[in-house]
Design a protein around this ligand. Structure first.
Ligand code: ADP
Length: 368
């Protein structure tokens, strides 16, 4: 089968890496000439948000999927008209692309997400402080998001279409990854804890399974079921969640694609999120997602003050450790905050897992 992926980053790379054990032809589209997928697939350099580029890329493929959501949805609709299978549906991509539509989708489908106001410009802001402003489009990895705490902060409001959202008193950030196949079969991965690096605002650790009560687990199961019913689309989705200090779970946002919070599934689960998306794309039986022990992930992120040809300082020490797995993304140039790779770890207890992750973090640096 000819499978086209919009986006040629690390998510696509790890999907193809997993799927090369099957028989398919992989095509990727990315604006960057040396994108992580460029040397492992039939690569087209071009913009995935441009109608003609996406349409031309998709023509002649059997299935088109995505590894980033900022793609040209009109071209995907047109490709669908021409009989090409598009996963996930262009409609759900369009909803998720825009924070305003995404929040309205949660409200309409009774999916618990923090209360919000939609504004088209700064002068419309009329929402109780403190709140979080999220740009309707263009946000990514914590960009396009700011906390407004005081009346004085109001003057820093961005003058663009946005969502103003209640500030949640966060106990933990969690994620659940789920798969929906064309014939309605569904599977979820165990709930994962995401621990952020406060400076870079990028995901730093994953811990799986999350340490949560049955009551919290039940809320998350209900949210997943509501999302599956409302999405009405095959695909692999990552729902990012907040657990507040009172034990209530809120949906932060959903990614209609592979997700950083699922990287430890590569070795931590019977099958990974990459295998699972492959099954969805091919309309095959979904894979089992069981895990036995604990698994975790540490992002390898470009260190501050270092730009240029990448060096992974301390990696050999990491490679000596048991049940430790290094994944690099084939990016030659490091920049502060750039995701260059990750390290997965298995352990028998949460305590052992945390110790291993912290130890590895102290060993390795991404420099130039
Ligand atoms: P991005 O799409 O860039 O990842 P998010 O919407 O996930 O942006 O926001 C980035 C981070 O900001 C979240 O991981 C969380 O720590 C914080 N945040 C976002 N929304 C809220 C909220 N309503 N209350 C408290 N913190 C929030």
């Amino acid at each position: 089968m000819k499978i086209g992926i919009l986006g040629g980053g690390q998510l696509g790379r790890m999907l193809i890496q997993e799927a090369l054990k099957y028989d398919d032809e992989w095509f990727t589209l990315d604006p960057v000439a040396d994108a992580p997928c460029s040397r492992i697939s039939d690569f087209t350099q071009g913009k995935f948000d441009d109608f003609d580029t996406v349409f031309d890329f998709g023509k002649g493929k059997d299935v088109v999927s995505i590894e980033i959501e900022h793609v040209n949805v009109d071209a995907l609709l047109e490709l669908q008209e021409c009989g090409i299978k598009v996963i996930p549906s262009p409609e759900i991509i369009r909803i998720i692309q825009q924070k305003i539509l995404q929040k309205e989708f949660y409200r309409k489908n009774n999916i618990p997400s923090p209360d919000f106001q939609v504004i088209q410009n700064r002068s419309e802001a009329d929402f109780p402080l403190p709140f979080v402003q999220k740009m309707n489009t263009g946000g990514y990895d914590g960009k396009g998001v700011q906390v407004i705490r005081t009346g004085e902060d109001l003057q820093h409001l961005w003058n663009v279409p946005s969502v103003l959202e209640s500030l949640v008193d966060i106990e933990k950030e969690l994620s659940i990854i789920l798969a929906i196949s064309e014939n309605g079969e569904t599977r979820t991965f165990p709930v994962t804890e995401m621990v952020a690096d406060p400076k870079l605002n990028l995901l730093d650790f994953n811990i799986c399974p999350a340490h949560i009560s049955e009551h919290v687990e039940k809320q998350i199961r209900d949210i997943a079921a509501q999302f599956i019913a409302a999405a009405n689309s095959p695909g692999l989705f990552a729902i990012e969640l907040f657990l507040d200090k009172e034990g209530k779970v809120w949906v932060n946002e959903t990614a209609p694609r592979l997700h950083n919070s699922g990287h430890q599934t590569q070795e931590g689960n019977a099958n990974s999120q990459f295998e699972q998306l492959y099954r969805v794309i091919k309309n095959l039986p979904l894979a089992d997602t069981d895990s036995s022990g604990y698994s975790g992930m540490l992002n390898l992120v470009g260190e501050e003050h270092f730009s240029g040809k990448v060096k992974y300082d301390g990696l050999e020490k990491v490679l000596r450790l048991p049940k430790t797995y290094v994944h690099l993304y084939g990016k030659t140039e490091t920049k502060p905050g750039r995701k260059m790779g990750h390290i997965n770890v298995l352990a028998d207890s949460r305590k052992e897992l945390m110790e291993k992750l912290l130890h590895i973090k102290s060993l390795v640096r991404v420099i130039s």
